[in-house]
Design a protein around this ligand. Structure first.
Ligand code: 4NP
Length: 182
């Protein structure tokens, strides 16, 4: 267990990654981001979760194809169980990163009086090569779609952590940089 942060900021920083089913893209983002946080020695500063705007897969494991692709990169998604994003999560999280524009719209629709909209952003805003700013949904495609998603999520998560470290003044707490080898 890492030592407790000694600053006047509110830690841990609560981060929720959101897709549609919470069985492909957002569980991957959650686990890659958490792994990067651990590599940087920042686990005391972040609380990381993922969820889906839909409820069809609640309680299920991540999609077998996504688990396989992650495993090929030495990342386990075995402990993941899908959950649905709830309106209360808008208040409970500091940062909500959606995988596509449809997820963004669905999350913002839960923010009736627009209190929390500033916390909700497209994940690929942080991608150095953002294309259309969306992580493509691999669910109905072939195996190469999952590998493509892995590459997008990995490079975006590195840059996202780098930016959150800056935003929350955590530079001096890091043991290694998420973008050192990028
Ligand atoms: P995800 O992928 O949003 O990345 O978890 C999907 C999972 C399930 C479905 C669609 C996308 N579905 O239609 O059930």
């Amino acid at each position: 267990m890492a030592t407790q942060p000694e600053t006047d900021q509110d830690f841990p920083i609560r981060v929720n990654f959101v897709c549609l089913g919470n069985i492909c893209r957002s569980p991957l983002a959650e686990n890659i981001f958490r792994s990067l946080v651990e590599q940087a020695g920042l686990e005391a500063y972040f609380d990381v979760l993922s969820s889906g705007t839909g409820r069809w897969h609640v309680g299920e494991q991540a999609d077998a194809r996504m688990r396989q692709t992650a495993q090929e990169h030495d990342l386990s998604l075995e402990d993941h169980r899908a959950q649905q994003f709830q309106a209360e999560d808008l208040a409970a999280y500091d940062h909500i990163f959606t995988m596509d524009k449809s997820n963004l719209k669905d999350v913002l629709a839960l923010d009736g009086d627009d209190t929390h909209g500033h916390k909700v952003r497209l994940f690929r805003e942080f991608d150095p090569e953002p294309e259309d700013y969306q992580v493509p949904d691999p669910y109905y495609g072939g195996a190469d779609g999952f590998e493509n998603v892995y590459g997008i999520v990995e490079r975006t998560a590195r840059m996202l952590l780098h930016r959150l470290v800056e935003e929350h003044d955590l530079e001096d707490e890091m043991t290694s940089s998420p973008v050192a080898e990028a």
